[in-house]
Design a protein around this ligand. Structure first.
Ligand code: GDP
Ligand code: MN
Length: 378
C-alpha cells in the first residue's frame, strides 16, 4: 500500500525527521487559508500516488495567499499520469540550495535493509542509477544491530555533506530507518532531502510503501488507505480475501493455492499463452469467493479465456463445481472457460461443469493447452 506524500512525511516527522510546516487542502479556498496562516511563500503540491509530479506541473510555488488560491485551483482536478488530483498539500516553501536523495528498501538477496543515498537528489533515482551509478552510495543494515551512527556518517561523507550537518543527517537517517522498520515498510524515501540556504536539512518530499501482509499489525496505517486511488479489482480482491496480481496476458487464471497458481502460470506460458493474472482463491473457497474472483478476472478487457485449476482436498470437487455454477449465474462470462478439477469427487465435479458448457480437462497440461487454443481462436 502506497502512502501519500503528506502521510509519509508526517510519519517521518514522528521519528524526528524535519519537515516543512503545512496542511492539506481539498479546495482552493482552503489552500488560500493555509497559505495565509503560514504567512510565507507556500508550495502547492498535488497529492497523487505517483512520482514526477513536479515535471507534470503538479507542484508550484505561490508567493501570496491569492496566488496559492489560483494555483491550487489549477492543480486540483488536474490529471497526472491518469490520476485525478483531489487534494493538495500546502507547505511552507523551502529555500532549496541542494537536493539529496535518501531511501531505504528491502534487499531480499542480502536479507537486509539497503540504505541508498545520492548527492544527485530531486530526480528519479532510477535515472541516476542508469546514468551514473557511482553517484549512489549504498549500505546494508544488520537487522539485529539496526542502523549505526558510523554508517550514517560514512554515507554523509560520501555525499560530501559538511561536518556541521553530519549530526543532522545521522538523525534523519536513523529516524527514517526506525520509521521504515516500525511501519513494516517496503520502501521509505526522501527525495529531495533539501539543504536549505540556511544550512538546514529538510525532507521536502516523502514516499512510503507499506507491506500489505503486515498491515494487520498497523490499524492506524491501514486507515490511511486511499480507496479512490486503488484499482477497483484490487479493492474487490482485498475485501474478499483473495491474493490477486494483475498481469498483461490474455488467460485469466483461477486457482486454489499459491504454489498451484504459480505452476498454472508457468504451464500457460509453456504452451504459448500468457497469464492475465495471478489469483489464489485459497482453500475452502465458497461460491461467493469464486464469484468475486470471476468478476475480477472478467473485469480485465484483455482476458480471452479463463482457466480454472482446482485441487479438491478438504473442499470436495463437486462442491467447488457447484460454487462455480452459482458464480456463473451471477457473472455471465462471454469468454470460453476451461476447468481442470482433481482430487476428492473429481468425476462428479467434472460432470457438473460439463453440463454448464465448460470445457473440462483432467491434466494440467491438457487444460492449459485447451485454454491457450480457446484464447487464440478469439
Ligand atoms: P515529485 O516531482 O513528485 O518527486 O515531487 P517533489 O516534492 O519531489 O517536488 C519536485 C521538485 O519541486 C523538487 O525536487 C524541488 O526541486 C521542487 N520543490 C518542491 N518543494 C519545493 C519548495 O518548497 N521550494 C522550492 N524552491 N522548490 C520545491
Ligand atoms: Mn520527489
Amino acid at each position: 500500500m502506497k502512502l501519500h506524500e503528506y502521510q509519509a512525511k508526517r510519519i517521518f516527522a514522528r521519528y524526528g525527521v524535519p519537515i516543512p510546516a503545512g496542511e492539506v487542502a481539498n479546495t482552493a479556498a482552503q489552500a488560500r487559508e493555509i497559505a495565509q496562516r503560514l504567512g510565507k511563500p507556500a508550495v502547492i503540491k498535488s497529492q497523487v500516488l505517483v512520482g514526477g509530479r513536479g515535471k507534470a506541473g503538479g507542484i508550484k510555488v505561490a508567493k501570496t495567499p491569492d496566488e496559492a488560491e489560483t494555483l491550487a485551483d489549477q492543480i486540483l482536478g488536474m490529471e497526472i499520469k491518469g490520476l485525478k488530483v483531489k487534494r493538495v498539500l500546502v507547505d511552507e516553501a523551502a529555500d532549496i540550495q541542494d537536493e539529496i536523495y535518501l531511501g531505504m528498501i528491502v534487499d531480499r538477496e542480502r536479507r537486509r535493509v539497503a540504505m541508498m543515498a545520492s548527492s544527485e537528489g530531486g530526480v528519479d533515482i532510477e535515472e541516476v542509477a542508469a546514468t551514473h551509478p557511482d553517484a549512489i552510495k549504498t549500505i546494508y543494515i544488520d537487522p539485529f544491530l539496526g542502523i549505526k551512527p558510523y554508517q550514517a556518517i560514512a554515507v554523509a561523507s560520501a555525499l560530501g555533506i559538511p561536518p556541521d550537518q553530519t549530526r543532522a543527517f545521522t538523525k534523519i537517517a536513523t529516524g527514517l530507518y526506525r520509521a521504515f522498520i516500525e511501519s513494516d515498510a517496503d520502501l521509505a524515501e526522501i527525495n529531495p532531502l533539501a539543504v536549505t540556504g540556511g544550512g538546514q536539512l529538510l525532507a521536502v518530499d516523502g514516499k512510503m510503501v507499506l507491506d500489505d501482509n503486515a498491515l494487520f499489525r498497523h490499524p492506524d496505517l491501514e486507515e490511511m488507505r486511499d480507496l479512490a486511488e486503488e484499482a477497483p479489482a484490487e479493492t474487490e480482491a482485498r475485501i474478499n480475501g483473495l491474493s490477486y496480481v494483475k498481469l498483461d496476458g490474455e488467460i485469466g487464471c483461477m486457482v486454489n493455492g499459491a504454489g498451484l497458481a504459480m505452476a498454472t502460470m508457468d504451464i500457460v506460458k509453456h504452451f504459448g499463452g500468457s497469464p492475465a493474472n495471478f489469483l489464489d482463491i485459497g482453500g475452502g473457497a465458497k461460491s461467493d469467493k469464486v464469484a468475486a474472483a470471476l468478476r475480477i478476472i472478467l473485469s480485465d478487457p484483455n482476458v480471452k479465456a479463463v482457466l480454472f485449476n482446482i485441487f479438491g482436498g478438504i473442499t470436495r470437487c463437486d462442491e467447488v463445481a457447484r460454487g462455480i455454477l452459482v458464480a456463473l449465474e451471477e457473472v455471465k462470462p462471454a469468454v470460453p472457460m476451461v476447468a481442470r478439477l482433481v482430487g476428492t469427487n473429481e468425476a462428479e465435479g467434472r460432470a457438473i461443469l460439463a453440463e454448464a458448457q465448460m470445457i473440462t480437462a483432467t491434466t494440467l497440461a491438457d487444460a492449459a493447452q485447451k485454454a491457450v487454443a480457446a484464447a487464440k481462436a478469439r
